[in-house]
Each structure stands twice: as structure tokens, then as C-alpha cells.
Design a protein around this ligand. Sequence first.
Ligand SMILES: Nc1ncnc2c1ncn2[C@@H]1O[C@H](COP(=O)(O)OP(=O)(O)OP(=O)(O)O)[C@@H](O)[C@H]1O
Ligand SMILES: [Mg+2]
Length: 236
Amino acid sequence: MTIEIKGLTVHYGDSQVLDRIDLVLPDRGMTALIGANGAGKTTLLRTLMGLVRPTAGEIIVDGRRMTGLDAEQRPALGLAMVPEGRRLFQGLSVHENLRMGAFARRDTVQIARDFERIYDQFPALVPLRRQLAGTLSGGQQQMCAVGRALMARPRYLLVDEMSLGLSPVVTEDLARTLSRIQETDGTSILVVEQDVELALDITNFGYVMETSRIVLSGPSDTLRANPKIREAYLGL
Ligand SMILES: Nc1ncnc2c1ncn2[C@@H]1O[C@H](COP(=O)(O)OP(=O)(O)OP(=O)(O)O)[C@@H](O)[C@H]1O
Ligand SMILES: [Mg+2]
């Protein structure tokens, strides 16, 4: 069971933002997607979530073609995203934001258990349950955003720029949580990261994007040792 992306092409008006992208997200494991600003990483995630309509190519989740499926139908297929910039519902509490993540689910008993699991994963959120998301610190917001995505019980979790604006300590803490979730739940996680060092540290496999195309892919260790990656992304 995997997500297969084949020849995915996206245009915004006349400009091509994704050019025949091929990418595989395995059933289990952590995958990195790195690349310069404007390469098209967020667009790729938004297309996976059904928020952007591709002009060509296909996305196949567990053997099923996504073509024609609305964004609302995708969480039920096991897809969830932690969006760039977190995009919490600012006027709702932490708890209400978490509940929004479960909007597509009907299994009330399991939802109640999952709330407790999220609070176990992120104990810092417990005293903040009733606090409005708009008043949280950056790190607290990111925990809430990850928690909200997990409330969908995803088998595939797409995480966009998790570390942006966060201290190294908070970032490492969140990264450890993702790894733990991956191991315990077998979730397949795709991380889009500006912090390339971090991304290659926590993943098994990585893809490198440059202006709308995948230019390089391979095991994360191999990418880390690649002179081009070291120079362009790791400053070595
Ligand atoms: N809704 C939109 N309409 C028109 N152009 C867009 C839209 N969204 C993104 N773009 C353009 O598409 C290109 C890719 O943007 P995208 O956000 O996917 O890049 P990214 O790799 O996520 O960059 P970053 O690392 O800065 O987040 C950019 O040139 C951007 O200006
Ligand atoms: Mg982006």
C-alpha cells in the first residue's frame, strides 16, 4: 500500500509549477521533500490533498486513482496535511481545533480515545485545551496543527515546513514525536523542510525539487553525502 504519483503536472494560469513529477510514498517510513523556495513543494502537497487540480498525471492511493475526488473525500482515504503556516482556526480553542481534524470520522468512541492520545503525545497542550489557538506561541500552534492532522487518523501524513520559526529545541521535540508516531502507528510521513539537515536526519528516503521538477532522489544518507546537496543545502 503506497501513494504513487506519476507524471503529475500543475499549472497556475499559464505558468507551470509542477512538471511531470514522479514520487512514491511507501506504506511505512519517513520521506523528505526538499528544495529551494518556490520549487513547488507546497503545491505538490496541496495537489495530493485535492486543493489544487492537476493538468496532467495521476495520484494513486492504495491502488485507487484520486482523479475527480474532492478535497473533502481525501481524509477518509487516509490523507492528512499539516499545512505551511499551521493555519489553525484562530478563534477556536485548542480542543476545538483538534476536533476539526476528525470532521470526516463517525467513530465517536475512537475519536474520544484519540483526543487522549494527542494529549499524551503533546502534554504541553493539556493546560491549553480551552485557550484560543490565535493566542498560542509558535511551538504550541505547531503542536496543535500536528495534533489536528493526527485526529484524522491518517495513514499518510504530509507535513509542510514544520520547523519554520521554531527554536531548535521545539523542532527536535516535534521531530521526535513524528518519528514515534511513524513507528507506533506505521503512518507514512512526508516531510517538506527548509531545514535539510533535520529532514535528512529523520527520514529514510528523500526527493529534491528544483523549479517544478524532481532532480534527485535516493536514500537520505546518500543524499546527505552528495556533494551537490552538501553545497546547495547544507552549506558545507
Ligand atoms: N495560488 C497560486 N497562484 C499562482 N501561483 C502560485 C500559487 N501558489 C503558488 N504559486 C507559485 O507556484 C510556485 C511554487 O510555489 P510553492 O508554494 O509550491 O513552492 P514551495 O516549494 O512550497 O516554496 P517555499 O519553500 O517558499 O514554501 C511559486 O512560483 C509560487 O509563486
Ligand atoms: Mg512551501
